[in-house]
Structure formats: C-alpha cells, structure tokens
Design a protein around this ligand. Structure first.
Ligand SMILES: Cc1cc2nc3c(=O)[nH]c(=O)nc-3n(C[C@H](O)[C@H](O)[C@H](O)COP(=O)(O)O)c2cc1C
Length: 172
C-alpha cells in the first residue's frame, strides 16, 4: 500500500458524506467525499468502505463502530483515512444506522466534519498509537484485537463515561 505521509484538509463548512449497505459497501458518496478520497463519485459506489482504511487505524475502533451501529446505536469517532493516492486525512465521524418502517436496519450513514486539531494531536494520536501497538505486538490478530479492545474499554471506563460521551467531551 502506497502512503505518502501527506495530509489533506477540508473546510469547516464542508461535510464528507457516505452511505453503505449492511455489509459496508458504499451506496452513496457526496462530492466532498470524492474530492478528499481522490476518487470519482461513481467509482466509489459499490466499493467496500475499507478502501479508504488507513493502516495506522487500530482495528478495535472499527469493532466498536460495527458493534454499535449493527445494534442500532449511533457512534462518534475520530478516524484517519487514506485517499486512493496514498494521502491521508483526519475526520470526526458521526455514523448512524438507517431503519425501514418496520424498524429493521437497512444501511448506514456517515457524516464527517473537520476534527478538533488539538484533540487529534494530544489525545487521539497517542491513544490510537498505543492501541495499534497492542494489536501489532500480539501473538495473533485475534488476541491483538481482544487486548486493544480491552485497553480501549478500560480507558473509557476510567473516564466514568460511556464511549460517545467520552469522545464528545474530550476537549472539556
Ligand atoms: C457508514 C460507514 C462509514 C464508514 N466509514 C469509514 C471510513 O471513513 N474509514 C474507514 O476506514 N472505515 C470506515 N468504515 C468501516 C469499514 O467498513 C471497515 O470496518 C474499516 O475500514 C476496517 O476495515 P477492515 O475490517 O478491512 O480492517 C465505515 C463503515 C460504515 C458502515
């Protein structure tokens, strides 16, 4: 995977939007998504969402995300993404399930804004580095994920808050 280490930025008035089916395949992407992911909108449709996955993102964050949305909950998360050209960009994502009239989940929707830079630099980067290190130093992928997920849960628990509340109040 080619990574340039070059960071891309978007504007505070912009929102990066995508929608997926139940399996995380993209069914909708707006122009801002396409621009920063350095892909044509039509080419993003049908791709699994992990095509912009950055290797520095710990797996446990995505486990937490999928656990929550598949149970019908919303999730807020700081995410480092990768464009098709190997550039990277930080986002603050709000991911929600979409329901049909019988309350069945039929897909997912993510809106992303510019993240608070200070929180990314002082809290998120060190936390994610620690979680990634735990994942990479484990004997197996499975135990790595179990260990990092536990560390993440312990960190949240130590704050005395639930995950979303913990994330939303990091700057306070
Ligand atoms: C609506 C929605 C939006 C998502 N947005 C992203 C995203 O911006 N970046 C990302 O890496 N994964 C995103 N994911 C999670 C991916 O589906 C996937 O779990 C993640 O990239 C980890 O990939 P992996 O399981 O291959 O390691 C999103 C999932 C959903 C349902």
């Amino acid at each position: 995977m080619n990574l340039t280490g070059r960071e891309l930025y978007f504007e505070p008035h912009e929102v990066i939007v995508s929608k997926t089916n139940l399996k995380g395949k993209i069914t909708y992407a707006n122009e801002t998504f396409a621009q920063i992911a350095e892909i044509k909108r039509k080419d993003a449709i049908g791709k699994p969402h992990n095509f912009i996955r950055h290797p520095h993102m710990p797996k446990c964050i995505f486990k937490l995300l999928w656990d929550a949305i598949s149970e019908g909950q919303e999730v807020f998360a700081y995410v480092l993404n990768r464009s098709t050209k190997g550039n990277e960009y930080w986002v603050f994502a709000h991911v929600t399930p979409s329901f049909d009239q019988s309350n069945k989940i039929i897909g997912y929707h993510s809106s992303r804004r510019v993240p608070n830079r200070q929180i990314v630099d002082t809290v998120i980067k060190p936390l994610y580095q620690e979680l990634l290190k735990i994942e990479q130093s484990a004997a197996s992928k499975k135990s790595g994920l179990e260990n990092s997920y536990k560390t993440l849960q312990d960190t949240i628990q130590a704050s005395g808050k639930k995950y979303n509340h913990f994330i939303m109040t990091l700057g306070e």
